[in-house]
Write a protein that binds this ligand. Structure first.
Ligand code: ZN
Length: 351
């Protein structure tokens, strides 16, 4: 049996896929593109030629280098101009400028960005911005969604007592694994104190022979790897906090510290102060008016959410609340990228 949540999730993906297919068909029939749009900021996480099965937790975070190259080709065919995210605010602010731009951004600083994405960007002469969480760079913070993934994929049964429950969960089917992942993941996402929830998950993982910080080490770039990537003239870096915490849940002091201090850390790693910021998680329950104002006050020229949408004239007045379109592991088709660029899926969504 699939868990209800897994079922709902797969229904939602099917609905999105159907929407993208419908849009692709409408475009082929000659439906005009959205007017007054100013382009798009793409959000990526992993770029890796080895794709995992779609049911595996976090599979949506990973796209192949081939699909990245195809997505770039689509933006060229659509006439979008590639620029750095740093340049975008100025271009959007110019009322005489009606051109459409594309920015590529990658969150969390994964090692595969340097290994597999950078060569594609180099071949295509596309600038890109990598958002860094200093807790990952310095191996002081676990990546909880990866910890949970490893726990449910590698264990045959999980004793939840270190997590404060007297249950033992047997993991035999895919649904068992997805079910426990969803449960752990909801517990962290819903927790008022995210630090405590992450620590609790770390304890649970360690009790099952998994070292959460070794996962951070295996997956993300350290200061040395970042200094090396910073040699790439197409690479820019932005801040993505110290701990990857949901900023809506932290105190005003910590909010400021997470923004300012992580910006200082990025400067130390790559030798240039970051002008851009990405909110962890990026959805409305993790980014509100207070956070958007704080990013502006912290002096970031641009800050990005994960609220799906294209850039518009309105983005000019909301430079620290810019929408992004996710290049998602579940929808790796050129026709889907074309559909997203039409803006139609987002207009349908708002209805
Ligand atoms: Zn992130």
């Amino acid at each position: 049996m699939l868990s209800l949540q897994a079922l709902k999730r797969s229904a939602r993906y099917e609905l999105i896929r159907a929407g993208l297919e419908g849009t692709a068909l409408a475009l082929r029939a000659g439906l005009p593109l959205a007017d007054a749009q100013r382009g798009v900021i793409f959000a990526l996480h992993h770029v890796d030629p080895e794709s995992t099965a779609s049911w595996v937790p976090n599979a949506w975070l990973s796209i192949t280098p081939t699909f990245l190259e195809e997505a770039i080709q689509v933006t060229r065919e659509e006439g979008l101009i590639p620029i750095t995210l740093e340049e975008l605010p100025e271009r959007l602010a110019d009322p005489a400028d009606t051109r459409r731009y594309v920015c590529f951004t990658l969150d969390d600083g994964y090692r595969d960005n340097a290994r597999f994405a950078a060569p594609v960007f180099r071949r295509q002469a596309i600038p890109y911005t990598v958002f860094l969480t200093s807790g990952f760079v310095e191996r002081s913070r676990s990546i909880w969604w990866k910890t949970a993934q490893e726990l449910v994929m590698k264990s045959s049964s999980v004793d939840l007592s270190p997590w404060g429950s007297d249950e033992r969960v047997h993991l035999e089917s895919r649904a068992d694994r997805v079910g426990l992942f969803d449960r752990l993941s909801n517990a962290v996402s819903d927790a008022e104190d995210e630090d405590a929830a992450v620590a609790r998950l770390d304890t649970l993982a360690r009790a099952h022979g998994i070292d959460p910080l070794a996962i951070t080490e295996r997956l993300t770039m350290d200061a040395g790897a970042l200094a090396e990537l910073a040699e790439d003239p197409l690479a820019s870096f932005g801040a993505h906090t110290l701990t990857h915490a949901n900023l809506r849940k932290v105190s005003p002091q910590r909010l400021q510290h997470e923004m300012m201090h992580s910006a200082g850390k990025v400067r130390d790693y790559v030798g240039a102060a970051p002008a851009t910021f990405a909110y962890p998680y990026g959805y409305p329950s993790a980014v509100g008016a207070r956070e958007i104002a704080a990013a502006r006050e912290a002096g970031f020229a641009a800050a990005v959410t994960t609220e799906p949408g294209l850039l518009s004239q309105a983005s000019r007045d909301a430079q620290t609340a810019l929408p992004r379109v996710s290049l998602n592991g579940f929808y790796q088709r050129k026709r889907y990228v074309r559909a997203l660029l039409s803006g139609l899926p987002f207009r349908l969504r708002r209805r």
